[in-house]
Design a protein. Structure first.
Lengths: 433, 293, 358
């Protein structure tokens, strides 16, 4: 071996040694990063005087502007409960993690909530695509997954995901209600659909086609949330001669669709899913044109309308909102947050003083939950869908009004029927017993 | 016919906006050989400046002016603080610096402008199309977009090609040593390049944001990618190329999403880019012929 | 894009002493790979349930970063679209595993192993195709083309939504763990991290040997001087295409590991940010260095994690991350491995230039 080679070789070994040293350092650092596995309580996240619950929400990124206020409303309601005695004496510790509506981040943040923060349950985790990505993880860790904020029918799969319970009226049911209203009131008109390219659009269209038949829709156009240019889709709807468009769109894309239609001179009756039609939200996007563009827009709702000042729920949430969430007006997103948080507390209350995850799931499956909606929940041992129907609304001068009875249906082929029950009243004191 | 006109007009206006972003990238590439990934975020910052000014004064035009000036100032600021050191580094390092800056600026915008409010930037003119009979043609806003970009391109072209300043800028970019010996203030000229790029980027932001749902820090990420595509198609060195590339992209994408599927927009952009580059590996209008080895 | 040449390369012609060094270095590479694997295993067996998820993420990043660093540092090509290649691996995984799911929503370990191999092969083929186009392009044009490819793939996923289920994405069932691990109360994340560590070890070993082999030296020759390489009888396109394909294969592997960890694939997960994040890991780690790629990945993964754990304005973690990228790049243009070797060079062996690090 000549000199150069030997020196090369020795350098090489030296480098391997450095390599070992550096990699060991990584390992030590990594080990040090992880805290010790915690809690000795019977139920994770529950102590003598606290219950820790968590939620993943979009606080940054493209959908944050529309929805960051929802988790604030939830937090406001939990603070109200804590100030009024808590849940069986325990105060709620609400941990919100930002996932930016990115499924990879949702996966990481949900793991943080469950494995590091050791929350007792997840409440209102946001978004169809992001939350779908963690359903299996939730099942493996047996964490009660209350009320994901979305109407995907995926939440109702008790055989596969026994820990997940929906809340919002799912998009199939809402699609069916919207379609049957259209069938009744716009008979003979050409009906088309416009929707988001995920479960929102897919489930919604499925619901519509259940009622109108496979060929009931003349055209069906989808948009991608990352591409705000919808001229092509609207142009196609126009070319197909659509007279009624059933739209499963987020508020931003409802606004884009309305604006683009006006620009192209496309005049159709828009029938928009509940979560995409909040007049306050639409005004934010459409500004001065809002009133003109939204007049006559038809939608539906599964909660009382935020403008219905006489409703007991609205009174309750307005009072809490003024005290605990001052900067924010009560629009439908904020109301959604309050109503969902109320339902979560209702379930926790019903689960009793000896709080366990099994106990909570049992309460949810019992079907005893009442909730603040216009319809009951579907909850039973083998059904994890939330609210079972909606009432139709119409926007006039930027104010929505209920224009129909409440309709209920299932997420299969069942009929759409009038609901004769009475909507529950808010309990005295604002916390369910 | 109606839809053909619609998609053509849409393609040309979108193309003009892509061209404007491409111009920003090309100017910086010409002057400092940096691929500025932060350009989209810088332009978004310009849009936020415009929104703030319009919010206070109520005037769209003051906002637009603020966006252009703000874009220029931000361009110089970014170059002086961050890129002056990165310029002398290998291109990949400056690219990563750009990525860091993109993330930093977008996060900073998120911190400065809380998400509680819906921010939009209105269009300068009506978006209702003029009609020929029942045939919608172009809207005043479409004309404004195309006009503003044309004006910018012509001004920049004249500035760079016909004026003494432009000559100095080109000298500083292509032969800095010689230029310095000839008495050209090279750093000043390079900064001027970044300022002009900032103006073009700010303009792109002001033309694009009205078509988006709302103003968010990441609103121009997609535009940056398409502007980049346009710049590469055009040849990265050439203003004419940037405009041609922009219009080509705009039309191709508009026809794609119109006649086929909007999902295919970026795949088609890729095909266009690859098609052009396989025929001409240096883009359509690149002046440098030799392959650097 | 030109390589920042802080290292000189070996002569492309194999002499007989060099041949001896090669056998020698194969042993050394084996040792180094074993060390990497051992340290990874140590981490998998000791850290808590939450951190083990980060280890799994780290292994996914590291696989991609190692391939990318060989492409950029070892062959002088750049790719801004590796996230798309990861997506190819991830979707292969999802499509292959879903029909093999048991009633318990798990898949046999053997299927997972098969899926990983398949993901590598499919991505290798896609990489070959892209590499054919890429071989004609240089510098910023290559950057632009790969960037454009990177953002195009999510569009294809949503277009062919009857295969890929559009924006909603596909589930990836977790592996059915060996009974021993089940008894040790392992969560799937830990098992995935274990798989990831093995993947990193294998990738490290293979790439380290490729770098030292004739193939690796040909790649480096092309990187350093295309004309000289051509004069030596090398086919430039062939070297570039093979380099791209190998790099793509590791990206596919990384994407597959990521999909296993995320238990699903979704077009949103493979966006431009991911491509740029992996690129940042490579450059921060030090171009061309396999160990640097692991370092860089660790920094990118854990830094974001640590920053996100601070209870502050939700934008601050991201802002600090951006700032840190800038500062690290300006302060240490050669990356971490560059810093380390600079430190190392202070030791007595400074006299000669060392050649390509692992």
């Amino acid at each position: 071996m000549n000199r150069t080679l030997r020196s090369r070789a020795s350098r090489a070994w030296a480098r391997t040694a450095t390599g070992i040293a550096t990699t060991v350092t990584i390992a030590v650092t990594t080990t040090a990063c992880g805290g010790a596995g915690g809690g000795s309580e019977s139920a994770p996240g529950v102590t003598g005087d606290t219950i820790k619950i968590g939620s993943t929400q979009p606080l940054t990124g493209p959908v944050a502007p529309g929805y960051a206020k929802m988790s604030k409303a939830m937090a406001a309601y939990f603070n109200y409960v804590n100030d009024n005695g808590g849940v069986h004496g325990r105060s709620i510790d609400f941990v919100v993690e930002d996932d930016g509506y990115n499924p990879t981040k949702t996966a990481e943040k949900t793991r943080k909530l469950v494995l590091k923060d050791k929350v007792f349950a997840l409440v209102g985790a946001f978004g169809t695509a992001p939350h779908t990505a963690v359903l299996d993880f939730i099942r493996q860790n047996k964490v009660p997954d209350l009320f994901p904020s979305s109407g995907s029918v995926s939440w109702n799969q008790p055989d596969i995901y026994p820990d997940t319970f929906g809340w919002q009226t799912d998009y199939i049911r809402e699609g069916k209600v919207l379609a049957s209203y259209v069938k009744e009131n716009f008979a003979g008109k050409t009906v088309c659909a416009f929707g988001q390219g995920d479960d929102l659009g897919a489930d919604g269209v499925k619901g519509v086609e259940t009622v109108l038949g496979k060929d009931g829709l003349k055209a069906s156009e989808a948009y991608t949330a990352t591409n705000p240019d919808v001229k092509a889709q609207i142009g196609k709807l126009q070319a197909s001669g659509c007279e009624v468009v059933v739209s499963f769109s987020s508020p931003g894309f409802t606004a884009l669709a309305l604006g683009t239609s006006a620009k192209l001179g496309f005049k159709a009756q828009w029938v928009v899913v509940s979560i995409g039609s909040d007049p306050v939200g639409l005004t934010g996007y459409l500004k001065d044109d809002a009133a003109a563009l939204t007049n006559g827009l038809i939608s539906s709702t599964f909660l009382p309308l935020p403008t219905d000042a006489d409703n007991s729920w609205i009174k309750l949430f307005t009072t809490i909102n003024n005290e605990y969430n001052e900067e924010q007006g009560l629009d439908s997103i904020v109301l959604y947050g309050y109503a969902l948080a109320y339902s979560a507390v209702e379930a926790l209350q019903a689960a009793g003083k000896d709080l366990t995850r099994e106990g909570l799931l049992k309460v949810l499956g019992s079907g005893d939950l009442v909730g603040p909606g216009l319809t009951p929940f579907a909850f039973s041992a083998d059904d994890h869908s939330g609210f079972i129907g909606t009432a139709m609304t119409r926007i006039t001068d930027l104010k929505a009004e209920i224009i129909s009875p409440v309709y209920v249906t299932d997420d299969g082929d069942g009929p759409v029927e009038k609901y004769d029950g009475v909507a529950p009243q808010a309990p005295k004191g604002g916390i369910s017993k | 016919m109606e839809r053909f006109i619609l998609f053509t007009v849409n393609g040309l206006t979108l193309g003009a906006i892509y061209a404007s972003m491409a111009l920003a990238l090309v100017i910086i590439w010409r002057s400092t050989r940096v691929l500025n990934f932060a350009q989209g975020a810088q332009a978004a910052a310009s849009a936020y400046i415009a929104w703030s000014v319009t919010d206070v004064t109520g005037s769209f035009w003051l906002g637009l002016a603020a966006a252009l000036v703000g874009g220029a100032v931000l361009g110089v600021l970014v170059q002086q603080t961050v890129f002056r050191r990165a310029e002398s580094m290998p291109p990949l390092n400056s690219a990563v610096v750009g990525v860091g800056l993109l993330i930093l600026i977008e996060a900073a915008l998120g911190m400065l402008f809380a998400v509680d409010e819906t921010r939009t930037i209105g269009s300068a003119f009506s978006t209702k199309s003029y009609q020929a009979g029942s045939l919608p043609l172009v809207s005043p806003q479409d004309l404004f977009v195309v006009g503003a970009v044309t004006l910018t391109v012509v001004t920049l072209g004249l500035l760079l090609a016909r004026t003494a300043v432009g000559l100095r800028m080109r000298a500083a970019a292509f032969a800095p040593q010689t230029a310095r010996l000839m008495g050209v203030q090279v750093p000043l000229m390079l900064s001027l390049g970044w300022a002009l790029a900032g103006v073009a980027g700010g303009l792109a932001a002001m033309l694009y944001t009205p078509t988006a749902t709302e103003l968010v820090p990441t609103v121009l990420d997609g535009l940056l990618v398409l502007g980049f595509t346009a710049a590469i198609v055009g040849g990265l060195d050439s203003l004419v190329g940037a405009v041609t590339g922009g219009l080509a992209c705009g039309l191709a994408l508009s026809y794609t999403s119109g006649y086929s599927q909007p999902d295919l927009l970026l795949p088609v952009a890729f095909l266009l880019l690859i098609g052009v580059l396989l025929a001409r590996p240096q883009g359509l209008f690149s002046s440098s012929r030799t392959r650097k080895v | 894009m030109r390589h920042d040449d802080t290292t000189t390369t070996e002569h492309p012609v194999l002499g007989s002493p060099a041949r001896r060094l090669l056998t020698h270095s194969a042993v050394r590479n084996g040792l180094a790979a074993a060390t990497v694997t051992a340290v990874g295993l140590l981490a998998v067996y000791t850290v808590d349930d939450f951190t083990v998820g980060s280890v799994a993420m780290l292994t996914a990043y590291a696989c991609v970063a190692m391939g990318l660093t060989v492409l950029i540092g070892g062959n002088g090509q750049i790719s801004l679209g590796h996230a798309a290649l990861m997506a190819v691996g991830a979707y292969t995984m999802a499509l292959f595993l879903e029909p093999r799911t048991t009633a318990l929503r798990e898949v046999p370990v053997l299927s997972v192993a098969l899926a990983l191999v398949l993901a590598v092969l499919v991505t290798l083929c896609v990489g070959l195709l892209i590499g054919l186009a890429a071989a004609r392009l240089r510098g910023p044009y290559l950057a632009g083309a790969t960037l454009s490819f990177g953002v195009a793939v999510p569009g294809l996923v949503t277009y062919f939504d009857h295969w890929f289920n559009g924006e909603q994405g596909l589930p990836v069932p977790p592996p059915d763990m060996p009974t021993a691990l089940d008894n040790a109360l392992w969560l799937p994340d830990r098992f995935v991290a274990l798989i990831g560590v093995v993947a990193v070890g294998v990738t490290f070993f293979v790439l380290a040997n490729v770098k030292r082999s004739a193939v690796g030296r040909h790649w480096a020759a092309v990187r350093d001087d295309e004309i000289a390489a051509q004069l030596c009888g090398l086919s430039i396109p062939r070297e570039q295409v093979t380099a791209f394909a190998v790099s793509a294969a590791t990206a596919g592997l990384g994407g597959a590991v990521l999909a296993l960890f995320l238990q699903g694939v979704n077009p949103h997960s493979f966006d431009l940010r991911l491509s740029l994040g992996v690129l940042a890991a490579v450059v921060i780690g030090g171009l061309g260095s396999l160990r640097g790629a692991i370092w860089g990945s660790a920094l990118v993964v854990f830094l974001q994690k640590v920053l996100a754990d601070m209870d502050v304005d939700e934008n601050l973690p991201s802002a600090s991350y951006g700032l840190l990228l800038i500062v690290v790049m300006l302060a240490a243009p050669g990356g971490i491995q560059g810093l380390l070797s600079r430190l190392g060079d202070r030791l007595p062996r400074r006299s000669t230039h060392h050649q390509g690090d692992n």
